[in-house]
Design a protein around this ligand. Structure first.
Ligand SMILES: CCCCCCCCCCCCCC(=O)SCCNC(=O)CCNC(=O)[C@H](O)C(C)(C)COP(=O)(O)OP(=O)(O)OC[C@H]1O[C@@H](n2cnc3c(N)ncnc32)[C@H](O)[C@@H]1OP(=O)(O)O
Length: 265
């Protein structure tokens, strides 16, 4: 179950407080379909020698998070193309027509008042978000979600890192499904303003997506019938030239009666 956080203004981007994460540079191999290597020596290897594992892929520190950090902002793992597109989308927030949605490793840590409202007393740090399950910048999902003021349109700017590889050089279909589910989920949340769950997700994979590619998942609410929210999603490159996947989804608004998650030892 997911819940709506309190969303601050899009232009309020905090300074990055980098964690002690080291991602060793690996051999950079020319990427298919013009996929780009990330700046600053971050491993974005598409083929050949896989990058060594980061020092703290799942660190004890990360499992007992210490301070809230909004991760939907540029970091050293973002490619130039990702940064440029982020700035472009951010500029649209200036007039209030769009807003950027902050993103944290653990919703329960940073939004206790919302969780309390939705699931009851908070007894632990809560689940670590699937899309934020790697500490290494650029290794997994790098993304920022933007919501239109209508609440019926969400766009997720995303760069799928080398740990999301399926076929050699290309993003795993499950990773693409996760990106789509998250984007339509954000849109459904904005529509429902209460907890929602994915009931159906139907994806057509049209073109293989190179690892490291910067894409936009564009989701719209198509119709809202009682507790059912029907949505569509298209995943394309930043210029709109390549359509990687398209999807339809059904989300169901659910009662907020789930017990709180058990505390971690
Ligand atoms: C702004 C904030 C931004 C935040 C950003 C972060 C975003 C992160 C987003 C992350 C997103 C990640 C999200 C995730 O990953 S959610 C995790 C994946 N999803 C699940 O695990 C869901 C499992 N299923 C269930 O829990 C229940 O089956 C649900 C809750 C879905 C419905 O059980 P419930 O008992 O409540 O409903 P009902 O049976 O009374 O049915 C009600 C109506 O719905 C219709 N129906 C039900 N199911 C289906 C179906 N499969 N196809 C077609 N229709 C279906 C049904 O016919 C009926 O229609 P009608 O007869 O009324 O016409």
């Amino acid at each position: 179950m997911i819940q709506i956080p309190n969303v601050p203004d899009g232009d309020n981007i905090p300074q990055l407080c980098h964690q002690t994460l080291v991602v060793p540079t690996a051999v950079l191999v020319p990427a298919p379909h013009g996929a780009t290597a990330a700046p600053h020596g971050i491993a974005m290897t598409i083929g050949g020698v896989p990058p060594p594992r980061p020092h703290c892929c799942v660190s004890p520190q990360a499992l007992c998070s210490v301070s809230p950090q909004d991760l939907a902002v540029p970091n050293a793992g973002w490619s130039v193309a990702m940064r440029e597109q982020f700035q472009h989308l951010l500029r649209r927030t200036a007039d209030g027509s769009w807003r950027r949605i902050p993103s944290y490793r653990r919703g329960l840590d940073y939004l206790p008042e919302v969780v309390q409202m939705v699931v009851g007393p908070v007894t632990g740090p809560g689940p670590r978000h699937f899309l934020r399950n790697l500490d290494a910048e650029g290794a997994g999902f790098e993304y920022a979600i933007f919501l239109h003021s209508s609440g019926h349109h969400a766009q997720c700017l995303c760069q799928l890192g080398p740990y999301l590889e399926g076929h050699h050089g290309f993003a795993h279909g499950g990773a693409i499904a996760t990106l789509i589910d998250t984007t339509v989920g954000a849109c459904a949340l904005a529509v429902a303003k209460t907890s929602v769950m994915t009931a159906k997700l139907n994806i057509s994979y049209l073109v293989p997506m190179p690892v490291g590619a910067v894409v936009v998942a564009d989701s719209r609410m198509e119709r809202h019938e009682g507790r059912k929210i029907f949505l569509s999603c298209r995943v394309h490159d930043t210029k709109g030239d390549t359509l990687y996947a398209e999807a339809t989804a059904l989300f169901i608004q659910v009662e907020n009666t789930k017990p709180p998650p058990a505390a971690r030892p």
